[in-house]
Design a protein around this ligand. Structure first.
Ligand code: NAP
Ligand code: G3H
Length: 487
Protein backbone atom coordinates (compact mmCIF):
# COMPACT_ATOMS: atom_id res chain seq x y z
CA UNK A 1 0.00 0.00 0.00
CA UNK A 2 2.79 2.44 0.85
CA UNK A 3 5.05 1.35 -2.05
CA UNK A 4 3.89 4.30 -4.16
CA UNK A 5 5.23 6.74 -1.56
CA UNK A 6 8.86 5.74 -1.95
CA UNK A 7 11.27 3.83 -4.16
CA UNK A 8 13.66 1.10 -3.10
CA UNK A 9 16.37 3.63 -2.27
CA UNK A 10 14.13 5.18 0.38
CA UNK A 11 13.53 8.22 -1.78
CA UNK A 12 10.10 9.46 -0.82
CA UNK A 13 7.76 11.19 -3.26
CA UNK A 14 5.11 13.85 -3.04
CA UNK A 15 1.44 13.46 -3.87
CA UNK A 16 0.68 15.94 -6.64
CA UNK A 17 -2.52 15.83 -8.63
CA UNK A 18 -3.00 12.16 -7.80
CA UNK A 19 0.54 11.07 -8.80
CA UNK A 20 3.52 10.27 -6.58
CA UNK A 21 6.25 12.55 -7.92
CA UNK A 22 9.97 12.48 -7.19
CA UNK A 23 12.15 15.60 -6.93
CA UNK A 24 12.44 17.45 -10.24
CA UNK A 25 15.94 18.74 -9.50
CA UNK A 26 17.09 15.68 -7.53
CA UNK A 27 17.40 17.66 -4.30
CA UNK A 28 16.57 15.59 -1.23
CA UNK A 29 16.65 16.05 2.54
CA UNK A 30 17.83 13.10 4.63
CA UNK A 31 15.58 12.12 7.52
CA UNK A 32 17.38 10.38 10.38
CA UNK A 33 15.83 8.73 13.42
CA UNK A 34 16.29 10.66 16.68
CA UNK A 35 16.54 7.25 18.40
CA UNK A 36 19.63 5.82 16.73
CA UNK A 37 20.45 8.23 13.88
CA UNK A 38 19.65 5.62 11.22
CA UNK A 39 18.68 7.01 7.83
CA UNK A 40 14.92 6.56 7.42
CA UNK A 41 14.48 8.13 4.04
CA UNK A 42 15.02 11.13 1.79
CA UNK A 43 12.28 13.61 1.06
CA UNK A 44 12.22 15.94 -1.94
CA UNK A 45 13.24 19.53 -1.27
CA UNK A 46 10.63 20.97 -3.58
CA UNK A 47 11.43 23.90 -5.82
CA UNK A 48 9.23 26.96 -6.21
CA UNK A 49 8.24 25.75 -9.70
CA UNK A 50 7.07 22.46 -8.21
CA UNK A 51 5.11 24.34 -5.53
CA UNK A 52 3.40 26.37 -8.29
CA UNK A 53 2.34 23.09 -9.91
CA UNK A 54 0.96 21.72 -6.64
CA UNK A 55 -1.14 24.78 -5.92
CA UNK A 56 -2.41 24.93 -9.49
CA UNK A 57 -3.54 21.30 -9.23
CA UNK A 58 -5.24 21.97 -5.88
CA UNK A 59 -7.05 25.02 -7.28
CA UNK A 60 -8.34 23.14 -10.30
CA UNK A 61 -9.43 20.05 -8.35
CA UNK A 62 -11.34 22.09 -5.77
CA UNK A 63 -13.82 23.29 -8.39
CA UNK A 64 -15.25 19.79 -8.77
CA UNK A 65 -14.68 18.68 -5.16
CA UNK A 66 -16.88 21.43 -3.75
CA UNK A 67 -19.70 20.18 -5.98
CA UNK A 68 -19.32 16.59 -4.74
CA UNK A 69 -22.20 15.80 -2.36
CA UNK A 70 -21.15 16.11 1.26
CA UNK A 71 -22.39 12.57 1.93
CA UNK A 72 -19.84 11.29 -0.63
CA UNK A 73 -17.07 13.37 0.91
CA UNK A 74 -18.02 11.96 4.32
CA UNK A 75 -17.99 8.38 2.98
CA UNK A 76 -14.41 8.88 1.77
CA UNK A 77 -13.40 10.22 5.18
CA UNK A 78 -14.91 7.20 6.91
CA UNK A 79 -12.85 5.02 4.61
CA UNK A 80 -9.73 6.99 5.63
CA UNK A 81 -10.52 6.14 9.26
CA UNK A 82 -10.91 2.43 8.39
CA UNK A 83 -7.58 2.35 6.55
CA UNK A 84 -5.79 4.17 9.36
CA UNK A 85 -6.93 1.52 11.81
CA UNK A 86 -5.89 -1.26 9.42
CA UNK A 87 -2.41 0.23 9.21
CA UNK A 88 -2.02 1.36 12.80
CA UNK A 89 0.97 -0.85 13.60
CA UNK A 90 2.91 0.03 10.49
CA UNK A 91 2.37 3.75 10.89
CA UNK A 92 3.03 3.69 14.65
CA UNK A 93 6.35 1.97 13.98
CA UNK A 94 7.30 4.63 11.45
CA UNK A 95 6.28 7.40 13.87
CA UNK A 96 8.36 5.84 16.60
CA UNK A 97 11.42 5.84 14.36
CA UNK A 98 10.78 9.28 12.91
CA UNK A 99 9.76 11.34 15.94
CA UNK A 100 10.79 9.06 18.82
CA UNK A 101 7.28 8.60 20.24
CA UNK A 102 6.83 5.32 22.10
CA UNK A 103 4.75 2.80 20.18
CA UNK A 104 1.82 2.78 22.59
CA UNK A 105 1.41 6.56 22.38
CA UNK A 106 1.91 6.54 18.60
CA UNK A 107 -0.83 3.91 18.22
CA UNK A 108 -3.09 5.96 20.50
CA UNK A 109 -2.49 9.02 18.30
CA UNK A 110 -3.57 7.07 15.22
CA UNK A 111 -6.67 5.59 16.85
CA UNK A 112 -7.68 9.01 18.12
CA UNK A 113 -7.19 10.39 14.62
CA UNK A 114 -9.50 7.74 13.16
CA UNK A 115 -12.14 8.77 15.72
CA UNK A 116 -11.53 12.41 14.86
CA UNK A 117 -12.05 11.74 11.15
CA UNK A 118 -15.29 9.79 11.69
CA UNK A 119 -16.65 12.56 13.92
CA UNK A 120 -15.65 15.09 11.25
CA UNK A 121 -17.51 13.12 8.58
CA UNK A 122 -20.66 13.18 10.73
CA UNK A 123 -20.26 16.84 11.64
CA UNK A 124 -19.73 17.79 8.00
CA UNK A 125 -23.06 16.22 7.11
CA UNK A 126 -24.73 18.18 9.87
CA UNK A 127 -23.36 21.61 9.07
CA UNK A 128 -26.33 23.66 7.99
CA UNK A 129 -27.08 27.21 7.07
CA UNK A 130 -30.05 29.31 8.13
CA UNK A 131 -32.66 31.59 6.75
CA UNK A 132 -33.07 35.00 8.39
CA UNK A 133 -36.13 37.10 8.00
CA UNK A 134 -35.57 40.84 7.41
CA UNK A 135 -38.31 41.97 9.81
CA UNK A 136 -36.09 41.33 12.82
CA UNK A 137 -34.33 44.61 12.05
CA UNK A 138 -36.19 47.92 12.49
CA UNK A 139 -37.60 49.28 9.26
CA UNK A 140 -37.52 46.00 7.31
CA UNK A 141 -40.31 43.56 6.46
CA UNK A 142 -40.48 39.78 6.20
CA UNK A 143 -40.51 39.89 2.38
CA UNK A 144 -36.71 40.13 2.61
CA UNK A 145 -35.12 36.79 3.52
CA UNK A 146 -31.43 35.97 3.70
CA UNK A 147 -30.65 32.35 2.81
CA UNK A 148 -27.29 31.68 4.41
CA UNK A 149 -25.26 28.66 3.28
CA UNK A 150 -21.65 27.68 4.04
CA UNK A 151 -19.06 27.81 1.30
CA UNK A 152 -15.56 26.34 1.27
CA UNK A 153 -12.70 28.83 1.04
CA UNK A 154 -10.69 27.20 -1.76
CA UNK A 155 -7.16 25.91 -1.26
CA UNK A 156 -6.16 25.35 2.37
CA UNK A 157 -2.46 25.26 3.20
CA UNK A 158 -2.02 22.90 6.18
CA UNK A 159 1.33 23.21 7.96
CA UNK A 160 1.85 20.66 10.73
CA UNK A 161 4.45 20.29 13.51
CA UNK A 162 6.68 17.33 14.30
CA UNK A 163 5.07 16.22 17.56
CA UNK A 164 1.73 14.88 16.29
CA UNK A 165 2.53 14.18 12.63
CA UNK A 166 -0.66 12.19 12.02
CA UNK A 167 -3.16 13.87 14.33
CA UNK A 168 -2.24 17.49 13.71
CA UNK A 169 -2.12 16.91 9.94
CA UNK A 170 -5.41 15.00 9.78
CA UNK A 171 -7.16 17.45 12.09
CA UNK A 172 -6.55 20.11 9.44
CA UNK A 173 -7.09 17.97 6.34
CA UNK A 174 -10.36 16.23 7.30
CA UNK A 175 -12.40 19.32 8.32
CA UNK A 176 -11.05 21.21 5.30
CA UNK A 177 -12.05 18.43 2.90
CA UNK A 178 -15.47 17.68 4.33
CA UNK A 179 -16.64 21.24 3.67
CA UNK A 180 -15.28 21.19 0.10
CA UNK A 181 -11.79 22.73 0.21
CA UNK A 182 -8.76 21.19 -1.42
CA UNK A 183 -5.61 20.91 0.70
CA UNK A 184 -1.87 21.32 0.33
CA UNK A 185 -0.13 19.62 3.26
CA UNK A 186 3.34 20.84 4.24
CA UNK A 187 4.38 18.51 7.06
CA UNK A 188 7.24 19.28 9.46
CA UNK A 189 10.45 18.03 7.86
CA UNK A 190 10.97 15.66 10.81
CA UNK A 191 7.52 14.11 10.50
CA UNK A 192 7.29 14.22 6.70
CA UNK A 193 7.49 10.48 6.25
CA UNK A 194 4.50 9.98 8.55
CA UNK A 195 2.71 12.84 6.76
CA UNK A 196 3.29 11.25 3.36
CA UNK A 197 1.94 7.90 4.60
CA UNK A 198 -1.14 9.74 5.81
CA UNK A 199 -1.59 11.37 2.40
CA UNK A 200 -1.36 7.92 0.80
CA UNK A 201 -4.19 6.73 3.04
CA UNK A 202 -6.41 9.63 1.98
CA UNK A 203 -5.61 8.80 -1.64
CA UNK A 204 -6.35 5.08 -1.16
CA UNK A 205 -9.67 5.99 0.46
CA UNK A 206 -10.74 7.73 -2.73
CA UNK A 207 -9.84 11.40 -2.35
CA UNK A 208 -9.73 12.51 -6.01
CA UNK A 209 -6.56 13.66 -7.77
CA UNK A 210 -5.50 17.18 -6.79
CA UNK A 211 -7.84 17.44 -3.79
CA UNK A 212 -5.05 16.55 -1.35
CA UNK A 213 -1.44 17.28 -2.29
CA UNK A 214 1.82 17.39 -0.37
CA UNK A 215 4.81 19.70 -0.35
CA UNK A 216 8.04 18.70 1.37
CA UNK A 217 11.05 20.87 1.97
CA UNK A 218 12.52 22.90 4.79
CA UNK A 219 10.19 25.55 6.13
CA UNK A 220 13.14 27.96 6.27
CA UNK A 221 13.61 27.55 2.51
CA UNK A 222 10.19 26.94 0.99
CA UNK A 223 7.98 28.36 3.77
CA UNK A 224 7.88 32.01 2.76
CA UNK A 225 7.17 31.15 -0.85
CA UNK A 226 4.28 28.85 -0.10
CA UNK A 227 2.65 30.96 2.60
CA UNK A 228 2.63 34.07 0.38
CA UNK A 229 1.54 32.21 -2.75
CA UNK A 230 -1.43 33.89 -4.40
CA UNK A 231 -3.15 30.53 -4.90
CA UNK A 232 -3.50 29.89 -1.14
CA UNK A 233 -6.86 30.90 0.31
CA UNK A 234 -6.38 29.90 3.95
CA UNK A 235 -3.46 28.90 6.18
CA UNK A 236 -3.98 26.40 8.99
CA UNK A 237 -0.73 26.33 10.93
CA UNK A 238 0.45 24.53 14.06
CA UNK A 239 3.94 25.17 15.36
CA UNK A 240 6.05 27.57 17.35
CA UNK A 241 5.03 31.12 18.13
CA UNK A 242 8.14 32.44 16.36
CA UNK A 243 7.21 30.86 13.04
CA UNK A 244 3.52 31.68 13.51
CA UNK A 245 4.38 35.33 14.09
CA UNK A 246 6.66 35.32 11.05
CA UNK A 247 3.88 33.92 8.84
CA UNK A 248 1.30 36.39 10.12
CA UNK A 249 3.64 39.33 9.40
CA UNK A 250 4.34 38.09 5.90
CA UNK A 251 0.86 37.24 4.72
CA UNK A 252 -1.84 39.72 3.81
CA UNK A 253 -5.57 39.27 3.30
CA UNK A 254 -5.32 35.51 3.87
CA UNK A 255 -7.28 34.19 6.86
CA UNK A 256 -5.17 32.31 9.39
CA UNK A 257 -5.84 29.63 11.97
CA UNK A 258 -2.86 29.20 14.25
CA UNK A 259 -2.09 26.87 17.14
CA UNK A 260 1.15 28.06 18.67
CA UNK A 261 3.29 27.68 21.78
CA UNK A 262 2.19 27.57 25.38
CA UNK A 263 3.36 27.85 28.97
CA UNK A 264 0.38 26.18 30.63
CA UNK A 265 0.18 26.77 34.38
CA UNK A 266 -1.17 24.35 36.96
CA UNK A 267 -2.42 26.50 39.84
CA UNK A 268 -2.68 24.55 43.08
CA UNK A 269 -4.72 25.98 45.97
CA UNK A 270 -4.43 25.04 49.64
CA UNK A 271 -7.54 22.85 49.65
CA UNK A 272 -6.61 20.78 46.59
CA UNK A 273 -6.51 16.98 46.82
CA UNK A 274 -2.71 16.91 46.57
CA UNK A 275 -2.41 13.22 45.73
CA UNK A 276 -4.70 13.49 42.70
CA UNK A 277 -3.22 16.87 41.78
CA UNK A 278 0.29 15.44 41.72
CA UNK A 279 -0.89 12.51 39.53
CA UNK A 280 -2.46 14.92 37.05
CA UNK A 281 0.50 17.29 36.97
CA UNK A 282 3.08 14.56 36.43
CA UNK A 283 1.02 12.95 33.65
CA UNK A 284 0.41 16.35 32.07
CA UNK A 285 3.97 17.59 32.30
CA UNK A 286 6.14 14.69 31.22
CA UNK A 287 4.22 12.59 28.65
CA UNK A 288 6.25 12.43 25.41
CA UNK A 289 8.95 14.30 27.33
CA UNK A 290 6.81 17.44 27.53
CA UNK A 291 6.90 17.84 23.74
CA UNK A 292 3.22 18.79 23.69
CA UNK A 293 1.74 22.23 23.27
CA UNK A 294 -0.61 21.50 26.16
CA UNK A 295 1.96 20.06 28.54
CA UNK A 296 1.89 21.49 32.08
CA UNK A 297 4.85 23.86 31.83
CA UNK A 298 4.79 25.54 35.24
CA UNK A 299 3.30 24.81 38.64
CA UNK A 300 2.07 27.75 40.68
CA UNK A 301 1.39 26.58 44.21
CA UNK A 302 0.22 28.21 47.45
CA UNK A 303 3.15 28.35 49.86
CA UNK A 304 1.50 26.41 52.77
CA UNK A 305 1.04 23.25 50.65
CA UNK A 306 4.14 23.59 48.48
CA UNK A 307 6.40 21.26 50.49
CA UNK A 308 3.87 18.42 50.48
CA UNK A 309 3.07 18.86 46.80
CA UNK A 310 6.74 18.93 45.82
CA UNK A 311 7.48 15.74 47.76
CA UNK A 312 4.53 13.96 46.10
CA UNK A 313 5.67 15.18 42.68
CA UNK A 314 9.19 13.96 43.35
CA UNK A 315 7.98 10.50 44.29
CA UNK A 316 5.77 10.21 41.20
CA UNK A 317 8.42 11.58 38.84
CA UNK A 318 10.87 8.97 40.13
CA UNK A 319 8.43 6.29 38.92
CA UNK A 320 8.19 7.58 35.34
CA UNK A 321 9.36 5.25 32.60
CA UNK A 322 12.37 6.78 30.88
CA UNK A 323 14.25 5.31 27.93
CA UNK A 324 14.47 4.51 24.25
CA UNK A 325 11.25 3.46 22.46
CA UNK A 326 13.29 0.95 20.44
CA UNK A 327 13.64 -1.01 23.66
CA UNK A 328 10.28 -0.44 25.37
CA UNK A 329 6.70 -0.48 24.09
CA UNK A 330 5.46 2.21 26.48
CA UNK A 331 7.46 5.12 27.95
CA UNK A 332 6.85 8.55 29.44
CA UNK A 333 10.15 10.22 28.75
CA UNK A 334 12.01 9.57 25.49
CA UNK A 335 14.89 11.28 23.68
CA UNK A 336 14.00 14.76 22.41
CA UNK A 337 13.47 15.31 18.72
CA UNK A 338 17.01 16.59 18.07
CA UNK A 339 20.18 17.89 19.65
CA UNK A 340 19.14 21.52 19.28
CA UNK A 341 16.00 20.85 21.32
CA UNK A 342 18.01 19.09 24.02
CA UNK A 343 20.59 21.91 24.08
CA UNK A 344 17.81 24.46 24.60
CA UNK A 345 16.35 22.52 27.54
CA UNK A 346 19.85 22.22 29.00
CA UNK A 347 20.26 26.00 28.79
CA UNK A 348 17.05 26.50 30.80
CA UNK A 349 18.20 23.98 33.40
CA UNK A 350 21.60 25.67 33.73
CA UNK A 351 20.02 29.12 34.04
CA UNK A 352 17.69 27.92 36.82
CA UNK A 353 20.60 26.29 38.69
CA UNK A 354 22.76 29.37 38.33
CA UNK A 355 20.04 31.64 39.68
CA UNK A 356 19.47 29.48 42.77
CA UNK A 357 16.44 27.27 42.04
CA UNK A 358 16.25 24.01 44.02
CA UNK A 359 16.81 20.98 41.81
CA UNK A 360 14.31 18.47 43.24
CA UNK A 361 14.92 15.61 40.83
CA UNK A 362 16.51 14.94 37.44
CA UNK A 363 18.74 17.32 35.54
CA UNK A 364 20.97 14.73 33.89
CA UNK A 365 21.28 14.28 30.14
CA UNK A 366 22.53 11.45 27.96
CA UNK A 367 22.54 12.42 24.30
CA UNK A 368 19.09 13.84 23.61
CA UNK A 369 17.51 12.02 26.54
CA UNK A 370 16.93 14.40 29.44
CA UNK A 371 15.76 12.97 32.74
CA UNK A 372 12.39 14.21 33.97
CA UNK A 373 13.41 17.30 35.93
CA UNK A 374 11.66 19.38 38.58
CA UNK A 375 12.87 22.66 40.05
CA UNK A 376 11.37 24.16 43.20
CA UNK A 377 11.51 27.80 44.32
CA UNK A 378 11.80 29.09 40.80
CA UNK A 379 11.59 32.88 40.71
CA UNK A 380 10.40 35.28 38.04
CA UNK A 381 13.94 36.27 37.03
CA UNK A 382 14.60 32.73 35.75
CA UNK A 383 14.06 31.81 32.11
CA UNK A 384 12.30 28.61 33.17
CA UNK A 385 9.48 30.69 34.63
CA UNK A 386 8.58 32.06 31.18
CA UNK A 387 10.07 30.10 28.29
CA UNK A 388 8.51 27.01 26.72
CA UNK A 389 11.08 24.21 27.09
CA UNK A 390 9.25 21.62 24.93
CA UNK A 391 11.14 19.17 27.09
CA UNK A 392 10.82 17.37 30.44
CA UNK A 393 11.64 20.19 32.85
CA UNK A 394 9.06 21.95 35.01
CA UNK A 395 9.36 24.85 37.48
CA UNK A 396 7.49 25.17 40.78
CA UNK A 397 6.71 28.79 41.60
CA UNK A 398 5.51 29.40 45.16
CA UNK A 399 2.91 32.12 45.78
CA UNK A 400 1.21 33.67 48.79
CA UNK A 401 -2.26 34.40 47.38
CA UNK A 402 -4.70 33.62 44.61
CA UNK A 403 -4.13 37.12 43.23
CA UNK A 404 -0.39 36.51 42.98
CA UNK A 405 -1.04 33.17 41.24
CA UNK A 406 -3.34 34.84 38.71
CA UNK A 407 -0.89 37.69 38.14
CA UNK A 408 2.02 35.33 37.45
CA UNK A 409 -0.11 33.07 35.26
CA UNK A 410 -1.27 36.06 33.19
CA UNK A 411 2.17 37.66 32.95
CA UNK A 412 3.14 35.01 30.41
CA UNK A 413 3.15 35.99 26.74
CA UNK A 414 1.27 32.71 26.12
CA UNK A 415 -2.40 31.92 26.72
CA UNK A 416 -3.16 28.35 25.70
CA UNK A 417 -4.57 26.56 28.77
CA UNK A 418 -4.33 26.56 32.58
CA UNK A 419 -5.42 24.18 35.30
CA UNK A 420 -6.84 25.08 38.69
CA UNK A 421 -6.73 22.46 41.44
CA UNK A 422 -9.14 23.12 44.30
CA UNK A 423 -12.15 21.55 46.05
CA UNK A 424 -13.91 24.91 46.05
CA UNK A 425 -16.00 25.60 42.94
CA UNK A 426 -16.24 29.30 43.76
CA UNK A 427 -12.46 29.63 43.85
CA UNK A 428 -12.18 27.60 40.65
CA UNK A 429 -14.52 29.98 38.82
CA UNK A 430 -13.03 33.07 40.45
CA UNK A 431 -9.61 32.12 39.06
CA UNK A 432 -10.86 30.69 35.76
CA UNK A 433 -12.71 33.90 34.98
CA UNK A 434 -9.51 35.91 35.28
CA UNK A 435 -7.08 33.66 33.43
CA UNK A 436 -6.11 34.90 29.96
CA UNK A 437 -6.20 31.52 28.23
CA UNK A 438 -8.32 29.61 25.74
CA UNK A 439 -9.30 26.85 28.18
CA UNK A 440 -9.23 26.36 31.95
CA UNK A 441 -9.24 22.81 33.30
CA UNK A 442 -10.64 22.38 36.79
CA UNK A 443 -8.95 19.53 38.68
CA UNK A 444 -7.44 18.07 35.52
CA UNK A 445 -4.18 18.37 33.64
CA UNK A 446 -4.09 20.71 30.68
CA UNK A 447 -4.84 18.78 27.51
CA UNK A 448 -6.45 18.99 24.14
CA UNK A 449 -9.61 17.02 23.66
CA UNK A 450 -12.06 15.56 23.52
CA UNK A 451 -11.49 16.79 20.00
CA UNK A 452 -14.97 18.19 19.44
CA UNK A 453 -14.43 20.72 22.24
CA UNK A 454 -13.21 24.17 21.16
CA UNK A 455 -9.43 24.36 21.31
CA UNK A 456 -7.72 27.72 21.07
CA UNK A 457 -4.92 29.87 22.32
CA UNK A 458 -5.05 33.57 23.09
CA UNK A 459 -2.19 36.11 23.11
CA UNK A 460 0.92 34.47 21.59
CA UNK A 461 -0.68 31.01 21.67
CA UNK A 462 -2.78 31.33 18.57
CA UNK A 463 -5.38 32.80 16.30
CA UNK A 464 -8.86 31.33 15.78
CA UNK A 465 -10.49 28.20 17.14
CA UNK A 466 -10.00 24.51 16.36
CA UNK A 467 -12.21 21.62 17.39
CA UNK A 468 -14.17 19.58 14.88
CA UNK A 469 -17.17 21.84 14.21
CA UNK A 470 -15.10 24.97 14.90
CA UNK A 471 -12.43 23.85 12.42
CA UNK A 472 -15.03 23.20 9.73
CA UNK A 473 -16.52 26.64 10.36
CA UNK A 474 -13.09 28.29 10.35
CA UNK A 475 -12.33 26.81 6.94
CA UNK A 476 -15.60 27.88 5.39
CA UNK A 477 -17.57 31.11 5.17
CA UNK A 478 -21.21 32.10 5.16
CA UNK A 479 -22.69 32.93 1.77
CA UNK A 480 -25.85 35.01 1.87
CA UNK A 481 -28.36 34.98 -0.97
CA UNK A 482 -31.14 37.48 -0.31
CA UNK A 483 -34.61 36.86 -1.64
CA UNK A 484 -36.74 39.98 -2.07
CA UNK A 485 -40.32 38.79 -2.37
CA UNK A 486 -42.67 41.09 -4.26
CA UNK A 487 -45.75 41.78 -2.13
P1 NAP B 1 8.08 24.83 14.19
O1 NAP B 1 9.53 24.70 14.17
O2 NAP B 1 7.48 26.16 14.33
O3 NAP B 1 7.55 24.13 12.83
C1 NAP B 1 6.19 23.99 12.55
C2 NAP B 1 5.98 23.89 11.06
O4 NAP B 1 6.29 25.12 10.43
C3 NAP B 1 6.86 22.85 10.38
O5 NAP B 1 6.13 22.22 9.36
C4 NAP B 1 7.97 23.70 9.80
O6 NAP B 1 8.64 23.10 8.71
C5 NAP B 1 7.16 24.89 9.34
N1 NAP B 1 7.92 26.10 9.07
C6 NAP B 1 9.14 26.48 9.51
N2 NAP B 1 9.47 27.69 9.01
C7 NAP B 1 8.43 28.09 8.22
C8 NAP B 1 8.17 29.23 7.43
N3 NAP B 1 9.03 30.25 7.32
N4 NAP B 1 7.01 29.30 6.76
C9 NAP B 1 6.12 28.28 6.84
N5 NAP B 1 6.31 27.17 7.56
C10 NAP B 1 7.46 27.07 8.25
O7 NAP B 1 7.42 23.93 15.35
P2 NAP B 1 7.74 22.43 15.77
O8 NAP B 1 9.09 22.39 16.39
O9 NAP B 1 7.44 21.50 14.64
O10 NAP B 1 6.63 22.20 16.90
C11 NAP B 1 6.81 22.64 18.22
C12 NAP B 1 6.08 23.92 18.49
O11 NAP B 1 4.74 23.79 18.05
C13 NAP B 1 5.98 24.25 19.97
O12 NAP B 1 6.16 25.63 20.16
C14 NAP B 1 4.55 23.85 20.34
O13 NAP B 1 4.01 24.52 21.45
C15 NAP B 1 3.83 24.18 19.08
N6 NAP B 1 2.61 23.40 18.98
C16 NAP B 1 1.44 24.03 19.26
C17 NAP B 1 0.25 23.32 19.23
C18 NAP B 1 -1.06 23.97 19.57
O14 NAP B 1 -2.08 23.34 19.35
N7 NAP B 1 -1.10 25.17 20.13
C19 NAP B 1 0.26 21.97 18.90
C20 NAP B 1 1.49 21.36 18.62
C21 NAP B 1 2.65 22.09 18.66
P3 NAP B 1 10.13 22.49 8.91
O15 NAP B 1 9.96 21.33 9.83
O16 NAP B 1 10.49 22.12 7.54
O17 NAP B 1 10.97 23.58 9.49
O1 G3H C 1 0.93 19.39 20.99
C1 G3H C 1 -0.23 19.73 20.92
C2 G3H C 1 -1.35 18.76 20.90
O2 G3H C 1 -2.47 19.36 20.30
C3 G3H C 1 -1.62 18.31 22.30
O3 G3H C 1 -2.59 17.35 22.37
O4 G3H C 1 -3.10 17.51 24.82
O5 G3H C 1 -3.83 15.56 23.49
O6 G3H C 1 -1.42 15.90 23.99
P1 G3H C 1 -2.74 16.54 23.76
Amino acid sequence: MFEAVKNSEKQFRNLVNGEWITSMNHQFIDIFSPLDQRLLGRIPAMTTTEVDGVIKAAKEAQKQWKLTPVSERATILNKVADLLLEKVEEIAYLMMLEIGKDRKSASAEITRTADFIRFTADSGKNISGESISGDRFPGFKSNKVSVVTREPLGVVLAISPFNYPINLAASKIAPALVIGNSVVLKPATQGSLSGLYLARIFQMAGVPAGVLNTVTGKGSEIGDYITTHKGIDFINFTGSTDIGRHISKLTEMVPLLMELGGKDAAIVLEDADLEKTADQIVAGAYAYSGQRCTAVKRIIVMEPVADILVSKLKEKISQLKVGNPLEHESLDVVPLIDERAADFVTELIEDAKLKGANLVIGGARKGNLIEPTLFDKVTVDMRLAWEEPFGPVVPVIRVKSKEEAIAIANASEYGLQSSVFTENINDAFYIANQLEVGTVQVNNKTERGPDHFPFLGVKASGIGTQGIRYSIESMSRPKATIINLQR
